[in-house]
Design a protein around this ligand. Structure first.
Ligand SMILES: O=P(O)(O)OC[C@H]1O[C@H](O[C@H]2O[C@H](CO)[C@@H](O)[C@H](O)[C@H]2O)[C@H](O)[C@@H](O)[C@@H]1O
Ligand SMILES: O=c1ccn([C@@H]2O[C@H](COP(=O)(O)OP(=O)(O)O)[C@@H](O)[C@H]2O)c(=O)[nH]1
Length: 721
């Protein structure tokens, strides 16, 4: 098992200081429990912030460090300014509300971005310092979105995973962020980017498309030559431990006490961090509404609401606390009696034993966030009910709702609807309660935190590692210069020129024409342009150059200026009529798309179409074409924002043999390309040939350069050689 390096903003520990004595206690939370096994078994490390230790003396700090080391934890200390700007500032004032769809809570100026970026650098630096070849790195959560990318720069070969514990919002929301591009690129440094639900993964993939123009292929994108897998990995809890506690005699004793003191009142329960995403005011309003419209429930129910203090230095949290305090006061003032109050409000935290006592005693658990990444409380409640009783009311906007379908699902924005749901839960017959709870428990137990950890790590291990060398332009130039006889096979679009909104606009610039002319005039070099374009276009743009021109992926070739264009033998063009109606249909229904007709192929272009819609429709079109074309000798090819139908066997690979005709044995062949059609060219190259990819996509090419600019630099270097 490879050594696991875990990275999270907070270490899974609490540092306790009492006078001179300090102790480091491991947290009981799901993440800590789930990861402690693989972390310890693999001899790994957990890197993160141990919390505020600024008040500790030097000897106390030394003691903390030694206790942390015993737990295989490496501390990264945040300065007070980093806490204020990186953690409270950018992480919790910008990213947190953004990911929870609360744009109004974001500050107008994102002044803490630099602090966020610097803190991420510090994390990456520390991880890189502890990294050993073969380690697996797993980065956690939104505070560290730049870390995967920063690690990739430092450790190109490392296996890196990232998990996003909070929602990933719709791309419409994410796109409002000024630093959207940097954050997305940061995440793409990972080999696997995981989310709690398929919905979040979909939003991320849509943001990649809209912000970076990167298209997801089923479950992955290719970025800078690497595969980055995206997926949903719903986090679970340590269900066994909650169930064990639920059977504990001490806990059961506490349950009896709670029930006796409830004096026949039905118990509603809410357990949350005091966070504005948790929907506490709306929940209170729903209880108030029920009491208001159904007087029979007055005095017969009470809500125990635990609100754990959280992020108290952030103003919105303080204001939220005031709002909740006020509402509780108002409802208790209105419906309380000298004997009891409807809302029992506890602004504090409890340990797991105490929580299980509450879970087990409750009639109805209210988990009604307005938005929540997952919500583990909902799962803990189910695990703590081996008696198969108790009703879970769950917001449709909690990640947990994707899995816990047997809960009573509510819309937290609908106060009346929530009041109905509470009443329905209180009156639910015991058979229905049991049926629902049995199904919920089966789900929670089978998808526990251990399943989550192995599912994520197995996926991370299965991602193929980089197979081609990045960059290496210098080595490439050296090899090209070190040989006397060379054949250069150059793709045109994306390799010699960048892409343009319409194909006819990507005209060669005078510098390119001059460069090609000079390279082709060098002794011992034969240059060929191998393109998917029509022969008329190549002739018009580059006909005067002393180079071989190959049009329509090798269907047509011309050896030198003035020589006739010759067509590949045995290709009949009649098949086109089979494919054309389908392409026309898609052109009419996808605004901005159009069909380009070539001698032996039809190409449907969608570069100017809304990216999501275009990608979706291109997938549909490919399926429909496969149905229509059936067993005909045709193939459907997905290029860069283009779907092309062409006869099988006509591809750029056909050019290789022709280009070597009449050359000396031992001639070095070098092919440059950027898209799927160039892979055929690379595949047909003789042994010892050079293949160069000018884009970040997955490729069989042995070398990579960055875009047409770097391809041109290689050509310029040949002139200087
Ligand atoms: O560290 P804090 O600022 O005090 O915040 C506590 C944690 O809150 C967030 O929890 C999220 O992760 C849970 C587990 O995946 C998920 O169930 C919940 O919906 C999320 O809100 C946050 O993601 C953590 O980084 C914080 O440490
Ligand atoms: O008094 C409390 C209240 C909550 N929790 C724990 O805090 C976690 C809350 O996780 P959740 O996913 O529900 O929300 P988050 O606070 O991470 O947004 C759960 O594991 C709870 O058991 C706790 O230890 N003590």
């Amino acid at each position: 098992m490879s050594r696991l390096l875990l990275v999270s903003n907070r270490l899974p520990v609490t540092v306790k200081a009492e006078k001179e004595h300090v102790s480091v206690v491991r947290s009981a939370g799901g993440l800590a429990t789930g990861l402690s096994g693989p972390h310890e078994r693999s001899g790994g490390l957990w890197i993160g912030w141990p919390g505020d230790v600024s008040r500790l003396s030097s000897p106390q700090r030394a003691e903390v460090e030694s206790q942390l080391a015993a737990l295989r934890c490496v501390p990264l200390y945040l300065s007070p300014s980093e806490v204020a700007r990186f953690y409270e500032g950018y992480s919790n004032r910008v990213l947190w509300p953004l990911c929870h769809y609360l744009l109004d809570r974001m500050p107008r100026h994102h002044r803490d971005w630099d602090a966020y970026a610097k803190a991420n650098e510090r994390f990456a630096e520390l991880v890189a310092r502890h990294y050993q070849p073969g380690d697996t790195i797993w980065v956690h959560d939104y505070q560290l979105m730049l870390v995967p990318g920063l690690l990739r720069e430092r450790l190109p070969e490392a296996r890196i995973g990232y998990f996003h514990h909070i929602p990933f919002p719709s791309s419409e929301i994410f796109q409002t962020l000024p630093h959207r591009e940097k954050l997305l690129r940061g995440l793409l440094g990972a080999d696997v980017v995981g989310f709690h639900t398929p919905g979040y993964a979909y939003h991320f993939s849509s943001a990649l498309l809209r912000v970076l123009g990167l298209e997801t292929d089923m479950d992955h994108v290719t970025h800078e030559g690497r595969i980055v897998r995206l997926g949903s990995f719903p986090m679970g809890i340590d269900a066994e431990s909650f169930e064990r506690l639920a059977h504990d005699p001490g806990v059961l004793g506490e349950v009896s006490v709670i029930q006796e003191r409830s004096d026949g009142q039905r118990l509603l329960l809410g357990i949350d961090r005091l966070d504005y995403t948790k929907g506490i005011p709306r929940r209170l309003l729903a209880v108030q509404r029920l009491l208001e419209r159904e007087p029979a429930w007055r005095g017969r129910l009470r809500l125990v609401q635990v609100a754990v203090p959280s992020r108290t230095q952030v103003e919105d949290y303080a204001a939220y606390r005031d709002k909740v305090d006020e509402l509780v006061g108002r409802i208790n003032g209105q419906y309380g009696t000298v004997h009891n109050v409807p809302v029992h409000y506890l602004y504090r935290s409890f340990n797991e034993r105490q929580l299980v006592g509450l879970y087990r005693a409750a009639d109805v658990m209210l988990v009604t966030p307005i938005r929540d990444g997952m919500n583990l409380v909902a799962k803990e409640f189910c695990a703590a009910r081996p008696d198969e009783d108790g009703v879970l009311i769950l917001s449709e906007f909690a990640g947990a709702a994707t899995e816990l379908r047997d809960a009573v699902i509510v819309n937290p924005y609908d106060i009346d609807g929530m009041a109905d749901a509470i009443e329905h839960a209180l009156e639910m017959p015991v058979e229905e309660r049991r049926r629902r709870m049995r199904a919920l428990r089966a789900q929670v137990k089978s998808r526990d935190v251990h399943w989550w950890v192995s599912h994520f790590l197995d996926t991370l291990q299965s991602v193929p590692q980089r197979s081609t060398k990045p960059g290496a332009a210098a080595e490439l130039i050296e090899r090209l210069r070190g040989t006397r006889q060379r054949v250069l096979l150059l793709d045109y679009d994306g390799t010699l020129v960048g892409s343009a909104p319409r194909p006819e606009l990507a005209v060669p610039d005078p510098e390119l024409l001059e460069l090609l002319g000079r390279v082709a005039a060098l002794p011992g070099i034969h240059v060929h342009i191998v393109s998917g374009r029509m022969k008329e276009t190549l002739e018009e743009w580059m006909g005067a150059l002393p180079v071989g021109l190959h049009a329509e992926h090798g269907l047509w070739s011309r050896s030198a200026p003035g020589a006739p264009w010759k067509m590949l033998e045995g290709v009949a063009p009649e098949w086109k009529e089979l494919a054309r109606p389908m392409l026309d249909l898609f052109t009419s229904r996808v605004p901005g798309s159009f069909v380009e007709e070539k001698t032996a192929s039809l190409a449907w272009h969608y570069r100017q179409v809304d990216p999501d819609f275009g990608a979706w429709q291109s997938r549909e079109l490919r399926l429909k074409l496969c149905e229509v074309l059936g067993r005909s000798p045709l193939e459907v090819l997905a290029g860069d924002k283009v779907v092309e139908v062409r006869p099988r066997g006509v591809n750029k690979g056909c050019v290789v043999a022709q280009s070597l005709e009449g050359t000396e044995p031992g001639t070095l062949v070098a092919a440059f390309g950027d898209d799927r059609t160039d892979e055929d060219l690379f595949a047909a190259l003789p042994e010892g040939a050079i293949s160069v990819h000018s884009d970040g996509k997955a490729s069989r090419a042995g070398y990579r350069v960055k875009g047409p600019a770097e391809v041109r630099k290689v050509l310029v270097a040949l002139l200087q050689g």
